[in-house]
Design a binder for this molecule. Structure first.
Ligand code: SER
Length: 610
């Protein structure tokens, strides 16, 4: 079933059940300055979920355009996109759990009106209960009644079955909220059959089951992350990612292999000399997002939404070059996006020429500095290699110059640096950014990072956690473990290291236990300036060479640099004591969220403090 058919079946199904089909809201929220883009279908409806009267009534459905850039560096894998469509139906104080669940089930499984998915491949989760709300036995009973066997209904906690989910113990959500029930579909060839909750969790981790829909029962209100009571009305908010549904129904291994990308990737393939699938996907994704953004009135600029668009387009230009496309190709790629989505989103067809022209103008603008910037890049790396052959960290001043004078978006600098065997010090960059806060870009940069005021505080925690992790990995796996790369956001740390084998669960657990033990030991993080030879003598780790000449700064975790658990050449900054990693209430634990290969002999860990 093609994407157009899925979208229109969804809307027809709910129209028949009394829902008004409302047009998708523009990607840029109209009255909500706290976010740059709509990131979920319900976002434009918040005032109505809070009790406001919607002109179209109390039953609504739509297909909402969303943009999320937080995982931009994951685009190119099988599921991440910066633009996606979310199908949703809403009850504003009208029906509640009974109808919401029954219709979800019917739409997913009914062959004539719905998607005709195999009911024996369906699994659902419901809320297990906590101090905020009781165990959702009502949803459990309804699922049973509509036909899902009870051993395929799992009770799960708030981290997965509450919306919005609380991530890393941080919650600043203000608005409607509630427990949710999620539907998963078995995409394995043989079929998984009955599973215990442990088996189900494993299947989920291995992406053998894919989340296809989420029903949120919104009857609570949060202010600044705290439940302040019940709403005046009970609402339903559902969301199904169209890209995921297409993947499941079209039995493809990635969203990029669904029909949503056929026209766009067709053009990308036609124009490319290289066969790099990941890079092709990035270009296709970015151009699609750019077209929708311009269609909704955003233009490339140096602030807020405009700057996000600029970054996306400039990244697309650079990757188009990597694929060997001719200059000016983005104009035609934009045309392919409009050809595909214009019939559904009329504004794209109406503004087709304007959108293509704006894409082209930004490409030309970036080309004016791209070539010079790449020359500058070559100069910097050549000079650095001659002067300090073992220094892998790119001169932070050069990084900042590429950013300010040549218009290179930060992650592009990181990517190009990596291609040439260099690392970029993102904390130094952030420090430089802060020093230049008067630049309007700085505001956009912060929002781009997720709009968190305390971004820097979390980054410090993750930076210190990275040092602990590094040492713990050496303890558990051996001293061949060396840092190969590190990237820190307010949400997580990402650490690349030399090691060939996949880590076993036991090894991961050991590493987590060590890090958590060091956190709860409340060890001081201290810094000392030493002669390089002295620092080497005490065994301080240094894999990026030394960026401070003969004198180096060594950060160590413990009472003295001689006996410290971890010691590394590093520029900081860090927390003062490892206890800070346990969060304000001392409850957070260090957890490895993912461990995977990134290239031959290099593994990648993503870890969180939750
Ligand atoms: N708001 C919920 C989500 O984004 C359901 O639409 O998953």
């Amino acid at each position: 079933m093609r994407s157009d058919e899925i979208r229109s079946r969804f809307l027809k199904f709910f129209e028949k059940r009394g829902h008004a089909i409302i047009p998708a809201a523009p990607l840029v929220p109209e009255n909500d300055p706290s976010v740059l883009f709509n990131t979920a279908g319900m976002q434009p409806l918040v005032p109505y979920l809070m009790g406001g009267k919607h002109p179209a009534g109390t039953r609504l459905a739509d297909s909402q355009k969303c943009v999320r850039t937080i995982d931009i560096d994951e685009v190119g894998d099988s599921t991440h996109c910066t633009f996606f469509e979310m199908l949703g139906n809403w009850s504003l104080g009208d029906y509640f759990k009974e109808d919401a669940i029954r219709w979800s089930y019917e739409f997913l499984t009914n062959k004539t009106e719905g998607l005709g998915l195999d009911p024996t491949r369906l699994y659902v989760t419901v809320f297990a209960g906590d101090e905020n709300a009781e165990k959702d036995t009502e949803a459990f009973d309804i699922w049973k009644k509509v036909g899902v066997p009870e051993n395929r209904i799992y009770f799960k906690g708030a981290d997965s079955n509450w919306w919005p989910a609380v991530k890393n113990g941080k919650d600043s959500w203000t608005g409607p909220t509630g427990p949710c029930s999620e539907m998963f579909y078995d995409v394995t060839e043989k079929g998984l059959g009955d599973m215990t909750v442990e088996e189900y969790n494993q299947a989920d981790a291995k992406q053998q089951v894919v989340e296809v829909w989420n029903d949120v029962f919104m009857e609570f209100e949060k202010k600044e992350g705290k439940i302040v009571g019940k709403l005046a009305q009970k609402n339903v908010d559902t969301g199904a990612g169209l890209e995921r549904l297409c993947m499941v129904l079209q039995k493809t291994d990635s969203v990029f292999d669904t029909d949503l990308f056929d026209t766009i990737l067709g053009k990308v393939n036609e124009f490319s000399i290289s066969d790099d699938v990941r890079v092709k996907r990035i270009v296709a994704d970015h151009i699609r997002t750019a077209v929708f953004l311009i269609g909704d009135g955003v233009l490339p600029s140096n602030t807020d939404q405009g700057y996000v668009l600029r970054r996306i387009l400039r990244r697309a230009v650079r990757f188009a070059d990597v694929l060997g496309m001719k200059h000016g190709s983005l104009f035609w790629l934009a045309g392919a996006v409009i050809e595909k989505f214009g019939p559904v989103y009329g504004n794209l067809s109406e503004k087709a020429e304007y959108i293509k022209k704006e894409v082209d103008t930004e490409e030309q603008k970036f080309r004016k500095t791209l070539e010079q910037g790449l020359k500058e890049f070559n100069n910097v790396t050549t000079v650095q290699l001659n002067k300090q052959p073992f220094l892998k960290m790119l001169d932070p001043q050069a990084v900042f110059r590429l950013y300010t004078s040549y218009g290179f978006p930060f992650e592009l600098i990181v990517e190009i640096a990596k291609e040439r065997g260099f690392d970029v010090d993102d904390l130094a960059f952030r420090r430089d950014m802060e020093a230049h806060q008067s630049l309007s870009r700085a505001g956009a940069e912060k929002k781009f990072k997720g709009g968190l005021a305390d971004t820097d505080e979390m980054s410090l925690k993750y930076h210190t956690a990275t040092h602990l992790l590094h040492q713990a990995l050496r303890d558990v796996l051996g001293t061949h473990v060396q840092q190969k790369g590190s990237n820190i956001t307010a949400e997580r740390l990402r650490f690349d290291f030399a090691h060939t084998a996949k880590m076993t669960d036991d090894e991961k657990k050991k590493v987590e236990d060590i890090v958590n033990e060091k956190i709860s030991a409340g060890l001081p993080m201290q810094v000392v300036e030493l002669d390089k030879s002295e620092a080497e003598k005490v065994g301080a780790l240094h894999f990026f060479g030394d960026k401070y000449g003969e004198k180096v700064t060594v950060y160590f975790i413990g009472d003295s640099v001689q006996t410290a658990y971890s010691k590394e050449f590093c520029g900081g900054p860090h927390v003062k004591n490892t206890l800070e990693l346990a969060g304000p209430e001392g409850k957070w634990k260090f957890k490895i969220a993912k461990e995977e290969a990134v290239s031959a002999g290099v593994r990648r860990i993503k870890a969180v403090l939750v």
